[in-house]
Design a protein around this ligand. Sequence first.
Ligand SMILES: [Zn+2]
Length: 308
Amino acid sequence: MGLWRTSESQDRITLALRLPHQFESGLNQMMRVPPILQLPFWLICCLLLSLPVRAQTTLTGPLLQGGLVIGTTTPGASVWQDDQPVRVSRAGTFLIGFDRDMPETSRLRIRYADGATEHRVLPIEQRQYAIQRIRLPDHKVTPMTPQAIGRVRRDSRLLRAARRRDDDRQDFMAGFIWPVTGPISGVYGSQRILNGQKKHPHYGVDLARPTGTPVVAPAAGIVTVAAPDMFYSGGTLVIDHGHQLTSALLHLSELAVRVGDRVQQGQPVGRVGATGRATGPHLDWRMKLRRHQIDPQLLVPPIPGNTP
Ligand SMILES: [Zn+2]
C-alpha cells in the first residue's frame, strides 16, 4: 500500500516534454491561420493529451536514495539496472531499488520479447543524512577480540547466504505494515562518526518499545534467518518477500518462527529486545533489495505522534 502511495508515472512527464518538439513546426504554421479554423487542430490536441499513455514499461515508487520501485513491463522482457540483471516475473513485474549512496542517475535497460531495447536514465533524488559525531576516550572503545571477529564473520556469511535466495514469489505486492509501532528513535542513512572514524551508516528504522512487545511480519514471506544471538544484531530474523527483497528484524528477545517457515503479513514472529549491540530495547527494521539498502520508512504510512 505504502509502496504505491508516492506513485507518479514518469511517462506522463515524458509525453508533456516531447509533444512540443513533435508539434513545433505545425504549431507555428497553425498560429497564422484564423482562430476559427484552428479549432479542429486544438480539438485533436486535447484528445491526444487526454488519451492514456501507452507505455510498455511503467515504474511506480519514489526515485530517491533508499527508494523501492515496482516496474511493470511486457511478458518476456528482460531488465537490467546499472548492468545488473533484474528478475522479471512471468507477468512482467520487477523490482528496482536505490541504495543510500546511489549516484544522481541509475540506468535501466529493457529488452522486449521482440528484440527492441529501451534505455532509460532515471534521475535519483539525493538525500541529506543526519551526522552523529561521538567522542569517547580511546580506552572506552573496546577492541574486537579474535573471538568476536570470528563471530561477526560467521554472522555475515549466514546473512549473505540467506540473501542469495532468489525466487519468483511476489509477497511484496500486498504492500507493507509496521512490524511494531512506537517512537522512531533512529532513521535510515544516518552516519555515526566515532572519534573521527566513520562507522557503518545506520540502514534501518529504529522503534523504541519495551522488551517483550510482539513484532509482526511487515509482509508475507519465507523465514531465511532465525538466529537467536548474532554479535551485532542479537536475535535476528530475515524474511524473504521474493525477488531478493528481504526484511531483517534485529535485537529481538524472542523468536517465534524458524528457518523455512512461511509467514503471513501481520503474523507475530518474535518480540522486541535489546540483544546484541543495543543501547536499549528497540526494534531495528532493515530492508534490502539485492545489494541495495532500502529505507523501510518509505513503504509504510507515518506513525501518528511521530514527527517526520
Ligand atoms: Zn538501529
